[in-house]
Design a binder for this molecule. Structure first.
Ligand code: GFP
Length: 824
């Protein structure tokens, strides 16, 4: 019977040829969308196509789950408060290997494939690099056949949609679920209680053992929503399981009957608020309590789910860490450590030592930042109100840990304070990074320099205590989405010349080295770049109304807007170029288009002022007839994965200009270089490793090293000296402050200029001269197209290291110790 059923399924729902796909689309149009072709909208067709593709994935997802279950496979649980997967449809079609077939089916139906792809609203469930990295890793884990579940939050509203009004960023609610989400499978029966507040009581169990009972004050329910994540060219289909919150009692009849209509739905509103919105980074005060509740909520659901799955195997819980390794993506999920202890000790009556052994061997922690303000800390009083039992567990963990440390670092009491999970002071706090380090078996940074700085500066006492604990895994990005999918002209050329092996073995791009000097190949390379620049120009026109010339050099900086990333350094260079061209109209420099994109956290005044400054400078330059054909500036609104698809391939120059020692790794730097842009960058994060790989002659380096930055900080930094000693810098700052770019308003950009002159925390003024000179070298280099193209080819040829497959292989071998599992 089951054979019959499955072969029937095979023929009607999962056939891979164009005819079967077309049939599926039509069936879904009728049976899922309830529309007939004459009246179906683009959105109906998109949904029908998405469901047709999804059918073909679900079968694989079930076979995968069955295989992992039968094998009792060790599994990675990737705990992350953010996932930025980007649009699913095209990526899934590619992974299934049915691109041509779908195109054919869609064409037969008289539809336009590109506009169907455009219909998709991407899930913006992350802020930037961290969330996108999680998505790249999900892709690589599936492709490398590593059993994995990504656990996170199904935010009802993702990262805000950025609009630019009068040059300012305006935040609009991201209602990504408004039109439904064909990629997720709701699991209304997969639900867990999550408790908050209240107090704890001690009691003796029947064996006379003293135990603790948590009497919480309120609870919500977490409901699972699954999204399949397919590996490329393999059957393995892993799971992204996101939790949304529901009220335990969504309607209070009693309140309703007494006429209290608001009271009747109060609980529903409060409970659902929990997963309502993703908090933007760098907004420390925004909804602090709600954020802690969000973190606990998703972590508790995930761990309860892991325990549930585990117990199905019949194995004893003290072996839990053999089945699972849980990766903490930054400190956001670090509350998982006391939560697992609670589940083991309080719920399953395990003794503390065994539970601690299991916990400490379950978690590994990735740190993504060196910025002190981004290392999470929770005020003790707040923590106690929300999670009283967890605070007790943290105290116990801390006290036992400090005993262990005391013995190891005999007599050094001062160190203990620095190691403690609790920070004393006027308002004591829980240091989540310390909790994560103590409760994990491995800690990793995300680039060589970053990991080294973690060992030396951020966690030196932990490093002294456990010299083998802090390791490095340099970030990577998926070549499937960021080359094969988003740069099809390049993928096409590569297929013709070196085959397709690079899609899953990025090192094989090395084969391009032999072609770097071949004039014919160079010409084809230039054609590819030209097509991508034309595409970027079309998108820029649609998004900003601004016409840009694909013949000019496209100089691009896209990433979150933050002072440490120094978009304002880029801006000072633009103003300098403008001044030079105004003063000397005959100056011969290659025409340039500067492209910016990125969101600022809504509460981050300086970052928002930088966006305004970019747009104001753009307005003046783009309006000035003297700049016609010479200089253009555009700010691309609402930078996200979808817009990224057309921006990276169209860039000639990639701006990676953070102050050395501040950018943990960067991943945009990798995406640009993989698409043939040349990097202008500091020795920061993964730039260092990119430069090592591509060769220093193929990388435009400027600025201080991290050691020089530290030395300058020590000796005392006086930004005004730099301004006084550099007339071009002074003039650029004066222009910005004067009102020249702000319709005569000399107050608008004063805070930005004052910040640079009186403090300049990210040393923009120190690196200015070196940056501007480096940019002049870029202009010179761009004149020699042959040499430029050669450098571009070599950049791509040598980027193999930066595949997320390599990163995942390192996690697998060095941290998780997990084996791949074939799914047939
Ligand atoms: C953070 C760091 C980046 C790093 C990513 C991923 O990015 O340097 O590349 O994490 O590890 F800052 P954001 O989430 O802050 O953008």
């Amino acid at each position: 019977m089951s054979e019959v059923t499955s072969s029937k399924i095979q023929s009607t729902r999962v056939g891979m040829d164009a005819a079967a796909i077309k049939q599926s689309i039509l069936e879904h149009l009728v049976h899922t969308q309830s529309r007939f072709p004459d009246v179906a909208s683009e959105s109906d067709w998109y949904n029908a196509l998405a469901h047709a593709v999804r059918d073909r994935m679900l079968e694989r997802m079930m076979v995968t789950a069955k295989t992992y279950k039968a094998n009792k496979s060790r599994t990675v649980c990737y705990l992350s408060a953010e996932f930025l997967p980007g649009p699913h449809l095209a990526n899934n079609i590619l992974a299934l290997g049915i691109w041509q077939e779908v195109q054919e089916a869609v064409a037969q139906l008289g539809l336009d494939f590109e506009s169907l792809l455009e219909e998709e609203v991407e899930p913006g469930l992350g802020n930037g690099g961290l969330g996108r990295l999680a998505a790249c890793y999900m892709d690589s884990m599936a492709t490398l056949k590593i059993p994995a579940i990504g656990y996170g939050i199904r935010y009802e509203f993702g990262i805000f949609r950025q609009e630019i009004e009068d040059g300012w960023q305006v935040e609009k609610t991201d209602k990504w679920l408004s039109y439904g989400n064909p990629w997720e499978i709701p699991r209304p029966r997969l639900r867990f209680n999550v408790h908050f507040g209240g107090h704890t009581e001690q009691f003796k169990d029947i064996d006379g053992i003293l135990r603790v009972k948590w009497i919480p004050e309120w609870r919500v329910i977490g409901v699972a929503h699954d999204t399949p994540v397919m590996g490329y060219g393999v059957k393995n289909t892993n799971l992204l399981r996101l939790w949304s919150s529901e009220a335990a009692e969504s309607f209070n009849f009693q309140a309703f009957n007494t006429g209290d209509y608001y009271g009747a739905v109060n609980e529903k509103v409060t409970s659902e608020n929990l997963t309502k919105v993703l908090y933007p980074n760098d907004e420390p005060e925004a909804g602090k309590r709600l954020r802690l509740e969000q973190q606990y909520f998703f972590v508790s659901c995930s761990l309860q789910d892991m325990v549930r799955i585990y117990l199905q195997s019949g194995d004893p819980l003290d072996q839990f860490h053999h089945k699972y390794t849980a990766q903490l993506n930054d400190t956001h999920p670090a509350i998982a450590i006391p939560e697992l202890m609670r589940l083991l000790v309080d719920r399953n009556q395990m003794d503390w030592d065994t539970a601690w052994h299991v916990t400490r061997n379950t978690f590994a922690y990735t740190n993504h930042t060196l910025l002190p303000e981004a290392l999470e800390k929770w005020p003790l009083d707040l923590f106690k109100k929300v999670l009283p039992r967890h605070l007790e567990i943290i105290y116990e963990i801390n006290s036992r840990f400090l005993d262990e440390a005391r013995m190891k670092i005999h007599g050094l009491n001062g160190h203990l304070e620095k190691l403690s999970i609790i920070e004393e002071g006027a308002r004591p706090q829980v240091r989540m990074a310390h909790l994560a380090v103590v409760g994990s078996y491995k800690v990793n940074g995300v680039a060589e320099l970053h990991s080294e700085l973690l060992r030396q500066n951020v966690l030196p006492d932990f490093h002294a205590l456990w010299p083998d604990k802090i390791t490095n895994v340099t970030n990577g990005v998926t070549p499937r989405r960021f080359m094969l999918l988003s740069n099809q002209p390049l993928a096409h050329l590569l297929r013709e010349r070196i085959g397709c092996g690079w899609v899953t073995d990025l090192d094989s791009l090395h084969k391009l080295e032999a072609l770097a000097d071949d004039p014919d190949f160079q010409q084809q390379w230039q054609k590819v770049k030209r097509r991508n620049k034309e595409r970027l120009a079309r998108h820029a026109l649609a998004a900003t109304g601004q016409k840009i010339d694909p013949d000019s050099l496209f100089d691009v900086q896209v990433k979150r807007v933050h002072e440490y990333k120094r978009q304002h350094l880029n801006l000072l260079h633009i103003i300098t170029l403008y001044n030079r061209l105004k003063d000397n109209p005959g100056l011969d420099i290659p025409p340039r288009t500067f492209v910016f994109g990125g969101k600022a956290a809504p509460g981050y005044f300086m970052a928002k002022l930088i966006i305004k400054a970019i747009n104001s400078v753009a307005e003046v330059i783009n309006r000035d007839p003297d700049m016609d054909g010479r200089l253009r500036v555009v700010f691309f609104p609402n930078f996200n994965v979808k817009t990224a698809h057309c921006i990276y391939p169209g860039a000639d120059v990639s701006e990676q200009i953070s102050l050395a020692g501040k950018e943990a790794s960067g991943t945009g730097n990798m995406k640009f270089a993989l698409n043939g842009a040349l990097t202008v960058g500091t020795l920061d994060g993964a730039n260092i490793e990119i430069r090592e790989e591509v060769g220093k002659e193929n990388f435009f380096l400027f600025g201080m090293t991290e050691a020089e930055v530290s030395a300058l900080q020590q000796q005392g930094y006086h930004p005004q000296d730099y301004c006084q000693n550099d007339p071009e810098l002074k003039s650029a700052l004066d222009f910005l402050a004067s009102g020249y770019f702000s319709h005569g308003d000399a107050t608008l950009f004063r805070p930005l200029v004052d910040n640079l002159l009186n403090g300049d925390p990210y040393k923009v003024l120190v690196d200015y001269r070196s940056y501007v000179d480096c940019q002049a070298r870029i202009s010179e280099a761009y004149r020699d197209r042959q040499e430029w193209t050669r450098m571009s080819i070599l950049n791509v040829a040598r980027m193999g290291k930066f595949s997320s497959d390599r990163s995942i292989q390192e996690y697998t071998n060095n941290i998780w110790k997990i084996a791949s599992v074939d799914v047939f």
